[in-house]
Design a binder for this molecule. Sequence first.
Ligand code: URA
Length: 422
Amino acid sequence: MDVISVIRTKRDRGELTGEQIDWVIDAYTRGEVAHEQMSSLAMAIFLNGMNRTEIARWTAAMIASGERMDFSALTRPTTDKHSTGGVGDKITLPLAPLVAACGAAVPQLSGRGLGHTGGTLDKLESLPGWRAHLSNTEMLDVLRSAGAVICAAGDGLAPADKKLYALRDVTGTVESIPLIASSIMSKKIAEGTGSLVLDVKVGSGAFMKNLDDARELAATMVELGTDHGVRTTALLTDMATPLGRTVGNALEVRESVEVLAGGGPADVVELTLALAREMLDAAGLKDTDPAKALADGTAMDHWRRMITAQGGDPDAPLPVARGQHVITAPSSGVLTTLDAYAIGLAAWRLGAGRARKEDPVQAGAGVELHAKPGDAVVAGQPLLTLHTDTPEKIPYAVEALEGGVVVGAAGAGFAASPVVLE
Ligand code: URA
C-alpha cells in the first residue's frame, strides 16, 4: 500500500477501501505517513467527503490505534455527554456531578479550547490545584468516590485522533462532518461509556452553522455509537448567542457553581437539566429527577467531592483578571444580536483562549454579558465587561465585537430561539 494512491483515490472523488483506511490510519500513527501527506488526505476528505461505510471504517481504525478503557468493574451504569463546542458552554461542569448525584457514573473525558470555543479542562484549571491528567487507576478511583470525573484523555486513547486533530487544526480541515464525527466518536467509543448524549451545537459560534449540517453530523455520530454498542442520542442546541452570562475560564466556573447552588442563568439551567434527563434515560435511570438534585444540594456535594479528589480546592477564591473594560449600550431599545462567534473571538483575543496548542490561557480573561438578546436596554447601561491581564489587547477584542452586538429600536423585531432546537 502506498499513501499517494490513497490520496489520489480521495482527491479524484473515489471511495476509500477498508484496507486503504486501516493502513493509512495505522501508518500515520506509527509515523510512516508524514504530516504533509495526511494533511493532503484530510483536505481531500474535507472537499470530497466520505460515505457512511468509509466513516465507520475510519472511526474503527482510529479506535484500534490505541487502548480501550473498561468500566465494567463499576456497579453504576456509565453515561457521558459530548458537546461539539461552543461559546460560554460550561454545561459539563454542573452536569457531570448532577448526573452522578442521580445515580449514574460519569467518566467525562474533556478537551481544551482552541480558537474561539472554550475547553472544559482550561476552565477547571482555574481552580487552584485541580489536575486534568489522571492515570486510568486514578480516574477509576475518582469515579468510585465522587461518581463523576472530568479529565483529559490519556495518551493511549485513540492516538491517531490526537495527531490528526492537531494537524486538522492548523490545516483548515476541522469543519468536516466525516472528520468531526469520527474524531469525537472514536474517543467516546474507546472510552468505554455505556451510553452517550451528544450536544450538537448550531449557529455562528458552532462548527455547524445551519440545522441541516447539524442534523447530518448528529445522525452520523448516533449511527457510529449505536453500531459500537453505545446507547447514543443527540440534542441539537442553539449556539447563535453564548450560553449564560459569562465566557472565559474562571468566569464560567463561577457561573457553574451558581447553577450547582440552585441559581444561575435560566438557559444554562435549562440545558443542564435537558441533557441530564437524556443521560439518565440512556443509563436506565429515568425515574430520578435532576431538578431535585440541583435544588437539594446533592449535585453540589458531588461537585465538591469530584474537585477535591482531583487535587482542587472548591473553596479557593477564583482568579480575577487585572484589567476590566466596560462596553455600554449606544442607544436605548432592545438588544437584538449578541453573536456567539463575535463574543468567542473577543474572549479569545482577551487571553481566554490559545492560538497554538502549547500556548497558556489566562484564567481570569473573558467577557461578562450584562444583557441577553431580547432584553430592553437604555443608552449608557453596561452591556459587556471585558476582563484581561493584557489590557493592550482590549482594542482587538472591541474590533472583534463589531457588528456582533446590536441594539435595535424599542419594539424592533426579535425572534427568540429556544435553547434546545431538536
Ligand atoms: N471535537 C473533537 O474532538 N473533534 C473534532 O473534530 C471537533 C470537535
